[in-house]
Structure formats: structure tokens, C-alpha cells
Design a protein around this ligand. Sequence first.
Ligand code: ZN
Length: 88
Amino acid sequence: MVKYKTDVVEDGREYDVWLAGKEEMGSLGKKWMKDEVFHEVISWPLEEKGLGPDGVWRLGDVVVYKDAKNRDFLIEHGVRHLLGQHHE
Ligand SMILES: [Zn+2]
């Protein structure tokens, strides 16, 4: 897994985006999503949201499949999950 970028949402809260290969996405999916579906994006909100000692407010991490065609869309989707916005 390699770091892709650190970005911020409108209010300045920060999140990290990581890129992972197919096998890695597969094992992350098994471990965290508890299924055999291939997920192109998986996100983890930080368990304790809030200001870190450095004064930066972190939302969590988004891992996206490195060869996904619609990478930006997937990242946006993962960030929405970090913000607690789920599917309608
Ligand atoms: Zn979703």
C-alpha cells in the first residue's frame, strides 16, 4: 500500500488516501468488509475523531484500488463514508 495523498474536506479536516493492488484490496476486503466481494474502495473513519496533538483534525483513511478507472470518484465516495454520509 502506498500513500497517494493527504487532502482536506471543506472545513479543513484531513484524510489520507492510499493506493493498493488487487491482492491487497482482496485481503483488506475479507478482513474489514467480511465478504468475498472485490471492493475498489475501503474507508476507515478514525475511531476517536478529534484533534490530534498536532492540532490537525483527522477523519481517517481511504484505500482505493490502484488500477481503478474512476479513482477520483471512488475516493470521493470513500470520503463521504468518512463523513458519515452513507447511501440513500
Ligand atoms: Zn458506499
